[in-house]
Write a protein that binds this ligand. Structure first.
Ligand SMILES: *Cc1c(COP(=O)(O)O)cnc(C)c1O
Length: 392
Protein backbone atom coordinates (compact mmCIF):
# COMPACT_ATOMS: atom_id res chain seq x y z
CA UNK A 1 0.00 0.00 0.00
CA UNK A 2 0.93 3.62 -0.38
CA UNK A 3 2.16 5.31 2.68
CA UNK A 4 1.11 8.67 4.02
CA UNK A 5 4.53 9.51 5.53
CA UNK A 6 5.90 9.79 2.03
CA UNK A 7 3.36 12.41 1.25
CA UNK A 8 5.19 15.72 1.24
CA UNK A 9 4.35 17.38 -2.03
CA UNK A 10 3.35 20.75 -0.75
CA UNK A 11 2.92 23.11 2.11
CA UNK A 12 -0.67 23.61 1.14
CA UNK A 13 -1.45 19.92 1.34
CA UNK A 14 1.12 18.72 3.84
CA UNK A 15 -1.47 17.80 6.40
CA UNK A 16 -2.47 14.60 8.09
CA UNK A 17 -5.06 13.93 5.44
CA UNK A 18 -5.80 10.29 4.78
CA UNK A 19 -6.16 10.54 1.04
CA UNK A 20 -5.92 6.75 0.58
CA UNK A 21 -9.41 6.21 1.88
CA UNK A 22 -10.81 9.21 0.04
CA UNK A 23 -13.29 8.56 -2.75
CA UNK A 24 -12.07 10.23 -5.93
CA UNK A 25 -12.22 12.58 -7.70
CA UNK A 26 -12.43 15.05 -4.82
CA UNK A 27 -11.92 18.76 -4.34
CA UNK A 28 -9.72 19.11 -1.28
CA UNK A 29 -10.00 22.49 0.40
CA UNK A 30 -7.42 23.59 2.94
CA UNK A 31 -9.37 25.84 5.28
CA UNK A 32 -6.36 26.86 7.33
CA UNK A 33 -4.67 28.18 4.20
CA UNK A 34 -7.89 30.00 3.37
CA UNK A 35 -7.88 31.59 6.82
CA UNK A 36 -4.23 32.63 6.48
CA UNK A 37 -4.94 34.13 3.08
CA UNK A 38 -7.95 36.07 4.37
CA UNK A 39 -5.90 37.35 7.24
CA UNK A 40 -3.09 38.47 4.93
CA UNK A 41 -5.57 40.34 2.74
CA UNK A 42 -7.26 42.05 5.68
CA UNK A 43 -3.95 43.03 7.24
CA UNK A 44 -2.52 44.52 4.05
CA UNK A 45 -5.78 46.17 2.96
CA UNK A 46 -6.64 47.69 6.33
CA UNK A 47 -3.26 49.39 6.26
CA UNK A 48 -4.69 51.68 3.57
CA UNK A 49 -8.37 51.45 4.50
CA UNK A 50 -9.22 49.51 1.34
CA UNK A 51 -12.49 47.58 1.13
CA UNK A 52 -12.41 44.05 -0.26
CA UNK A 53 -15.28 42.26 -1.95
CA UNK A 54 -14.90 38.55 -2.55
CA UNK A 55 -15.93 37.52 -6.08
CA UNK A 56 -18.34 34.65 -5.42
CA UNK A 57 -18.02 33.26 -8.89
CA UNK A 58 -14.51 31.92 -8.12
CA UNK A 59 -15.83 29.45 -5.54
CA UNK A 60 -19.27 29.45 -3.96
CA UNK A 61 -18.95 26.54 -1.56
CA UNK A 62 -21.18 27.40 1.41
CA UNK A 63 -18.61 26.75 4.13
CA UNK A 64 -15.98 28.78 2.29
CA UNK A 65 -18.40 31.67 1.78
CA UNK A 66 -19.28 31.68 5.46
CA UNK A 67 -15.62 31.84 6.45
CA UNK A 68 -15.01 34.75 4.09
CA UNK A 69 -18.15 36.59 5.21
CA UNK A 70 -17.17 36.05 8.84
CA UNK A 71 -13.92 37.91 8.22
CA UNK A 72 -15.90 40.98 7.24
CA UNK A 73 -15.36 40.83 3.48
CA UNK A 74 -17.94 42.27 1.12
CA UNK A 75 -19.15 40.33 -1.91
CA UNK A 76 -18.89 40.82 -5.66
CA UNK A 77 -21.81 39.16 -7.41
CA UNK A 78 -22.53 38.59 -11.09
CA UNK A 79 -26.05 37.17 -10.83
CA UNK A 80 -29.17 37.48 -8.74
CA UNK A 81 -28.61 34.00 -7.34
CA UNK A 82 -25.14 35.02 -6.19
CA UNK A 83 -26.69 37.98 -4.35
CA UNK A 84 -29.23 35.71 -2.64
CA UNK A 85 -26.49 33.24 -1.73
CA UNK A 86 -24.13 35.95 -0.46
CA UNK A 87 -26.82 37.31 1.87
CA UNK A 88 -27.68 33.78 3.01
CA UNK A 89 -24.02 33.09 3.88
CA UNK A 90 -23.70 36.21 5.98
CA UNK A 91 -22.35 38.90 3.66
CA UNK A 92 -23.77 42.31 4.47
CA UNK A 93 -25.98 43.59 1.60
CA UNK A 94 -24.37 47.01 2.14
CA UNK A 95 -21.12 45.42 0.98
CA UNK A 96 -22.45 43.72 -2.16
CA UNK A 97 -21.43 44.96 -5.60
CA UNK A 98 -23.37 43.62 -8.57
CA UNK A 99 -21.68 43.43 -11.98
CA UNK A 100 -22.61 41.84 -15.29
CA UNK A 101 -23.49 42.93 -18.83
CA UNK A 102 -26.89 41.26 -18.84
CA UNK A 103 -28.67 41.87 -15.54
CA UNK A 104 -32.29 40.75 -15.93
CA UNK A 105 -35.24 42.63 -14.42
CA UNK A 106 -35.65 39.85 -11.88
CA UNK A 107 -32.02 40.11 -10.84
CA UNK A 108 -32.18 43.88 -10.57
CA UNK A 109 -35.27 43.56 -8.36
CA UNK A 110 -33.46 41.06 -6.15
CA UNK A 111 -30.61 43.55 -5.74
CA UNK A 112 -33.02 46.44 -5.06
CA UNK A 113 -34.85 44.37 -2.44
CA UNK A 114 -31.56 43.88 -0.60
CA UNK A 115 -30.48 47.55 -0.94
CA UNK A 116 -27.03 46.53 -2.13
CA UNK A 117 -23.92 48.72 -2.11
CA UNK A 118 -23.57 49.22 -5.85
CA UNK A 119 -24.92 48.31 -9.27
CA UNK A 120 -21.85 48.20 -11.46
CA UNK A 121 -23.41 49.17 -14.78
CA UNK A 122 -22.14 48.29 -18.18
CA UNK A 123 -24.46 50.17 -20.58
CA UNK A 124 -27.00 53.00 -20.80
CA UNK A 125 -29.97 50.70 -21.52
CA UNK A 126 -29.14 48.88 -18.29
CA UNK A 127 -29.07 52.12 -16.28
CA UNK A 128 -32.44 53.13 -17.73
CA UNK A 129 -34.01 49.83 -16.68
CA UNK A 130 -32.53 50.06 -13.19
CA UNK A 131 -33.98 53.59 -12.95
CA UNK A 132 -37.40 52.33 -14.03
CA UNK A 133 -37.41 49.40 -11.60
CA UNK A 134 -36.08 51.52 -8.73
CA UNK A 135 -38.83 54.08 -9.39
CA UNK A 136 -41.49 51.38 -8.98
CA UNK A 137 -40.04 50.64 -5.55
CA UNK A 138 -39.56 54.32 -4.75
CA UNK A 139 -35.85 53.79 -4.34
CA UNK A 140 -32.73 55.47 -5.58
CA UNK A 141 -30.31 52.87 -6.87
CA UNK A 142 -26.58 53.41 -6.29
CA UNK A 143 -24.73 53.19 -9.60
CA UNK A 144 -21.08 52.74 -10.48
CA UNK A 145 -20.13 53.01 -14.12
CA UNK A 146 -18.04 50.07 -15.25
CA UNK A 147 -15.63 51.78 -17.53
CA UNK A 148 -13.56 50.05 -20.10
CA UNK A 149 -10.16 51.69 -19.62
CA UNK A 150 -8.61 50.03 -22.67
CA UNK A 151 -5.76 48.57 -20.63
CA UNK A 152 -4.28 45.34 -21.90
CA UNK A 153 -4.20 42.78 -19.11
CA UNK A 154 -1.62 40.62 -20.93
CA UNK A 155 -3.46 37.47 -20.04
CA UNK A 156 -5.33 34.80 -21.98
CA UNK A 157 -7.76 36.35 -24.49
CA UNK A 158 -10.74 34.63 -22.87
CA UNK A 159 -9.99 36.29 -19.52
CA UNK A 160 -9.14 39.76 -20.83
CA UNK A 161 -12.05 42.08 -20.22
CA UNK A 162 -10.75 45.65 -20.38
CA UNK A 163 -10.38 46.18 -24.13
CA UNK A 164 -12.93 47.83 -26.40
CA UNK A 165 -13.29 44.59 -28.38
CA UNK A 166 -14.55 42.82 -25.21
CA UNK A 167 -18.25 42.86 -24.42
CA UNK A 168 -17.68 44.38 -20.98
CA UNK A 169 -17.92 47.94 -19.75
CA UNK A 170 -18.66 51.42 -21.04
CA UNK A 171 -16.19 52.95 -23.48
CA UNK A 172 -14.61 56.27 -22.59
CA UNK A 173 -16.20 58.05 -25.55
CA UNK A 174 -19.66 57.02 -24.33
CA UNK A 175 -19.30 58.51 -20.85
CA UNK A 176 -20.38 62.05 -21.69
CA UNK A 177 -23.69 60.97 -23.20
CA UNK A 178 -24.38 58.62 -20.31
CA UNK A 179 -23.74 61.32 -17.71
CA UNK A 180 -26.06 63.68 -19.53
CA UNK A 181 -28.82 61.10 -19.67
CA UNK A 182 -28.26 60.12 -16.04
CA UNK A 183 -28.81 63.68 -14.89
CA UNK A 184 -32.41 63.27 -16.12
CA UNK A 185 -32.97 59.98 -14.32
CA UNK A 186 -34.28 60.52 -10.81
CA UNK A 187 -34.04 57.01 -9.39
CA UNK A 188 -30.37 56.31 -9.96
CA UNK A 189 -27.41 58.08 -8.42
CA UNK A 190 -23.81 57.97 -9.57
CA UNK A 191 -21.71 56.70 -6.66
CA UNK A 192 -18.64 55.17 -8.16
CA UNK A 193 -16.40 54.22 -11.03
CA UNK A 194 -15.69 50.56 -11.59
CA UNK A 195 -12.96 48.81 -13.54
CA UNK A 196 -12.11 45.16 -14.02
CA UNK A 197 -9.57 44.51 -16.73
CA UNK A 198 -9.14 40.76 -16.59
CA UNK A 199 -8.00 37.83 -14.56
CA UNK A 200 -4.79 35.97 -13.69
CA UNK A 201 -2.74 39.14 -14.06
CA UNK A 202 0.77 38.50 -12.81
CA UNK A 203 2.56 41.60 -14.09
CA UNK A 204 1.87 44.29 -11.51
CA UNK A 205 2.77 46.98 -14.08
CA UNK A 206 -0.61 46.23 -15.63
CA UNK A 207 -2.25 47.62 -12.48
CA UNK A 208 0.07 50.63 -12.62
CA UNK A 209 -1.26 51.29 -16.14
CA UNK A 210 -4.78 50.98 -14.81
CA UNK A 211 -4.05 53.53 -12.07
CA UNK A 212 -2.67 56.01 -14.61
CA UNK A 213 -5.74 55.59 -16.79
CA UNK A 214 -8.07 56.11 -13.82
CA UNK A 215 -6.16 59.25 -12.80
CA UNK A 216 -6.74 60.77 -16.25
CA UNK A 217 -10.40 59.84 -16.16
CA UNK A 218 -10.81 61.34 -12.72
CA UNK A 219 -9.43 64.60 -14.13
CA UNK A 220 -12.21 64.56 -16.73
CA UNK A 221 -14.83 63.91 -14.07
CA UNK A 222 -13.37 66.60 -11.88
CA UNK A 223 -13.59 69.06 -14.76
CA UNK A 224 -17.31 68.27 -14.81
CA UNK A 225 -17.41 68.83 -11.05
CA UNK A 226 -18.01 65.18 -10.36
CA UNK A 227 -16.21 63.43 -7.54
CA UNK A 228 -17.57 59.94 -7.01
CA UNK A 229 -17.63 58.36 -3.55
CA UNK A 230 -15.74 55.27 -4.54
CA UNK A 231 -13.39 53.79 -7.06
CA UNK A 232 -13.59 50.05 -7.57
CA UNK A 233 -10.61 48.52 -9.37
CA UNK A 234 -12.08 45.02 -9.66
CA UNK A 235 -10.02 41.89 -9.25
CA UNK A 236 -7.59 40.01 -11.41
CA UNK A 237 -4.56 39.47 -9.22
CA UNK A 238 -2.98 36.24 -10.45
CA UNK A 239 -1.62 33.28 -8.52
CA UNK A 240 1.48 31.14 -9.08
CA UNK A 241 0.16 28.06 -10.86
CA UNK A 242 3.64 26.86 -11.80
CA UNK A 243 5.11 26.83 -8.30
CA UNK A 244 2.20 26.97 -5.88
CA UNK A 245 4.36 26.05 -2.88
CA UNK A 246 6.61 29.06 -3.43
CA UNK A 247 3.65 31.37 -3.17
CA UNK A 248 0.78 29.77 -1.28
CA UNK A 249 -0.40 33.28 -0.39
CA UNK A 250 -0.21 35.85 -3.20
CA UNK A 251 1.81 39.01 -2.68
CA UNK A 252 -1.04 41.25 -1.50
CA UNK A 253 1.39 43.68 0.06
CA UNK A 254 2.96 44.66 -3.29
CA UNK A 255 -0.41 44.56 -5.01
CA UNK A 256 -2.09 47.06 -2.66
CA UNK A 257 1.04 49.20 -2.58
CA UNK A 258 0.81 49.73 -6.36
CA UNK A 259 -2.58 51.35 -5.89
CA UNK A 260 -1.42 53.33 -2.91
CA UNK A 261 1.58 54.63 -4.87
CA UNK A 262 -0.01 55.27 -8.25
CA UNK A 263 -3.71 55.93 -7.82
CA UNK A 264 -4.61 59.53 -7.03
CA UNK A 265 -7.68 59.18 -4.84
CA UNK A 266 -9.60 62.36 -4.02
CA UNK A 267 -10.11 63.19 -0.36
CA UNK A 268 -12.82 60.96 1.18
CA UNK A 269 -12.82 58.67 -1.84
CA UNK A 270 -12.83 54.97 -0.90
CA UNK A 271 -11.01 52.32 -2.86
CA UNK A 272 -12.65 48.94 -3.40
CA UNK A 273 -11.31 45.66 -4.77
CA UNK A 274 -13.06 42.52 -5.99
CA UNK A 275 -10.74 39.58 -5.50
CA UNK A 276 -11.63 36.05 -6.49
CA UNK A 277 -8.83 33.79 -7.67
CA UNK A 278 -6.20 35.25 -5.35
CA UNK A 279 -8.42 34.52 -2.32
CA UNK A 280 -9.30 30.89 -2.98
CA UNK A 281 -7.08 29.60 -5.80
CA UNK A 282 -4.27 28.03 -3.81
CA UNK A 283 -6.34 26.49 -1.03
CA UNK A 284 -7.89 23.92 -3.37
CA UNK A 285 -6.53 20.80 -5.06
CA UNK A 286 -8.25 18.17 -7.13
CA UNK A 287 -7.46 14.66 -5.90
CA UNK A 288 -7.77 11.91 -8.46
CA UNK A 289 -6.75 8.30 -9.03
CA UNK A 290 -5.06 6.67 -12.01
CA UNK A 291 -7.51 4.35 -13.73
CA UNK A 292 -5.20 3.11 -16.48
CA UNK A 293 -1.75 3.74 -17.85
CA UNK A 294 -2.02 3.50 -21.61
CA UNK A 295 1.14 3.19 -23.68
CA UNK A 296 1.26 4.70 -27.13
CA UNK A 297 4.23 4.47 -29.48
CA UNK A 298 5.79 7.79 -28.58
CA UNK A 299 4.34 8.44 -25.12
CA UNK A 300 2.16 7.23 -22.30
CA UNK A 301 -1.25 8.42 -21.21
CA UNK A 302 -2.20 8.60 -17.58
CA UNK A 303 -5.96 8.19 -17.61
CA UNK A 304 -7.31 9.52 -14.32
CA UNK A 305 -10.77 9.58 -12.78
CA UNK A 306 -11.00 13.39 -12.78
CA UNK A 307 -12.07 15.06 -16.01
CA UNK A 308 -12.80 18.36 -17.70
CA UNK A 309 -16.18 18.11 -15.99
CA UNK A 310 -14.41 18.67 -12.64
CA UNK A 311 -11.84 21.21 -13.86
CA UNK A 312 -12.38 22.78 -17.26
CA UNK A 313 -9.64 25.43 -17.13
CA UNK A 314 -7.01 23.42 -19.07
CA UNK A 315 -9.53 22.62 -21.83
CA UNK A 316 -11.09 26.10 -21.90
CA UNK A 317 -8.07 28.38 -21.57
CA UNK A 318 -5.12 26.03 -22.03
CA UNK A 319 -4.47 26.78 -18.36
CA UNK A 320 -1.52 25.23 -16.58
CA UNK A 321 -2.01 23.38 -13.30
CA UNK A 322 0.83 21.66 -11.48
CA UNK A 323 0.27 17.90 -11.34
CA UNK A 324 1.83 15.60 -8.74
CA UNK A 325 1.78 11.88 -8.16
CA UNK A 326 1.55 11.77 -4.38
CA UNK A 327 1.73 8.01 -3.92
CA UNK A 328 4.35 6.65 -6.32
CA UNK A 329 7.58 5.61 -4.67
CA UNK A 330 9.44 5.27 -7.94
CA UNK A 331 12.76 7.10 -8.21
CA UNK A 332 12.45 7.16 -11.99
CA UNK A 333 10.34 9.57 -13.93
CA UNK A 334 8.45 9.26 -17.17
CA UNK A 335 6.62 11.69 -19.44
CA UNK A 336 2.86 11.41 -19.41
CA UNK A 337 -0.12 13.07 -21.00
CA UNK A 338 -2.52 13.31 -18.08
CA UNK A 339 -6.07 12.93 -19.39
CA UNK A 340 -9.61 12.42 -18.15
CA UNK A 341 -12.12 9.80 -19.31
CA UNK A 342 -14.58 12.17 -21.05
CA UNK A 343 -15.25 11.66 -24.76
CA UNK A 344 -13.61 14.89 -25.91
CA UNK A 345 -10.10 15.32 -27.21
CA UNK A 346 -9.89 18.50 -25.14
CA UNK A 347 -10.23 16.47 -21.93
CA UNK A 348 -6.52 16.82 -21.19
CA UNK A 349 -5.06 18.23 -17.99
CA UNK A 350 -1.47 18.47 -19.23
CA UNK A 351 0.81 17.10 -21.92
CA UNK A 352 4.26 15.57 -21.46
CA UNK A 353 4.46 16.04 -17.69
CA UNK A 354 7.40 14.48 -15.88
CA UNK A 355 6.05 12.29 -13.09
CA UNK A 356 7.45 9.40 -11.09
CA UNK A 357 6.68 6.13 -12.90
CA UNK A 358 2.97 5.77 -12.27
CA UNK A 359 0.56 2.87 -12.12
CA UNK A 360 -3.10 2.08 -11.74
CA UNK A 361 -4.39 3.18 -8.34
CA UNK A 362 -1.83 5.95 -7.80
CA UNK A 363 -3.12 9.22 -6.38
CA UNK A 364 -2.73 12.30 -8.54
CA UNK A 365 -3.04 15.78 -7.17
CA UNK A 366 -3.90 18.68 -9.49
CA UNK A 367 -2.91 21.83 -7.69
CA UNK A 368 -4.35 25.35 -7.39
CA UNK A 369 -7.92 24.41 -8.24
CA UNK A 370 -9.70 26.42 -5.53
CA UNK A 371 -10.82 29.09 -8.01
CA UNK A 372 -12.86 28.44 -11.15
CA UNK A 373 -12.75 24.68 -10.54
CA UNK A 374 -15.82 23.32 -8.79
CA UNK A 375 -17.94 26.30 -9.89
CA UNK A 376 -17.46 25.38 -13.54
CA UNK A 377 -18.24 21.68 -13.05
CA UNK A 378 -20.72 19.95 -15.31
CA UNK A 379 -22.34 16.54 -15.52
CA UNK A 380 -21.41 15.99 -19.17
CA UNK A 381 -21.29 12.26 -19.97
CA UNK A 382 -23.61 11.89 -16.95
CA UNK A 383 -20.62 12.02 -14.68
CA UNK A 384 -21.14 12.37 -10.94
CA UNK A 385 -20.05 15.54 -9.17
CA UNK A 386 -16.68 15.20 -7.46
CA UNK A 387 -16.61 14.89 -3.68
CA UNK A 388 -15.72 17.82 -1.47
CA UNK A 389 -13.40 17.40 1.52
CA UNK A 390 -12.02 19.96 3.91
CA UNK A 391 -8.77 19.83 5.78
CA UNK A 392 -8.27 22.18 8.65
C1 LIG B 1 -14.54 37.67 -12.12
C2 LIG B 1 -14.61 39.03 -11.60
C3 LIG B 1 -13.81 39.41 -10.53
C4 LIG B 1 -12.80 38.49 -9.88
O1 LIG B 1 -11.72 38.22 -10.72
P1 LIG B 1 -10.45 37.42 -10.19
O2 LIG B 1 -9.56 37.39 -11.36
O3 LIG B 1 -10.93 36.06 -9.80
O4 LIG B 1 -9.87 38.16 -9.04
C5 LIG B 1 -13.94 40.69 -10.05
N1 LIG B 1 -14.81 41.58 -10.60
C6 LIG B 1 -15.60 41.23 -11.64
C7 LIG B 1 -16.54 42.24 -12.19
C8 LIG B 1 -15.53 39.96 -12.17
O5 LIG B 1 -16.30 39.64 -13.21
Amino acid sequence: MHCIQNYTPSTAMNKQFDFQSQKTPAYVYDLSLLDQTLKAIQTEASFYGYQIHYALKANNNALILERIANQGFGADCVSGNEITEAVKRGFSPQKIAFAGVGKTDEEINTALNHSIFSFNCESLPEIEIINELAKKKQQIAPIALRINPNVNANTHRYITTGLEENKFGINIWEIEGILERMSELKNVRLKGLHFHIGSQITDLDTFKNLCNRINLLQEDFYARQIIVEHINVGGGLGINYHQPDLETIPDFKSYFKIFHDFLALRPMQKLHFELGRSVVGQMGSLLSKVIYVKKASAKSFLIIDAAMTDLIRPALYQAYHKIENISSKSQETEKYDVVGPVCESADIFAKAVDLPVSKRGDFILIRSTGAYGQVMASNYNMRDNAQVVFID
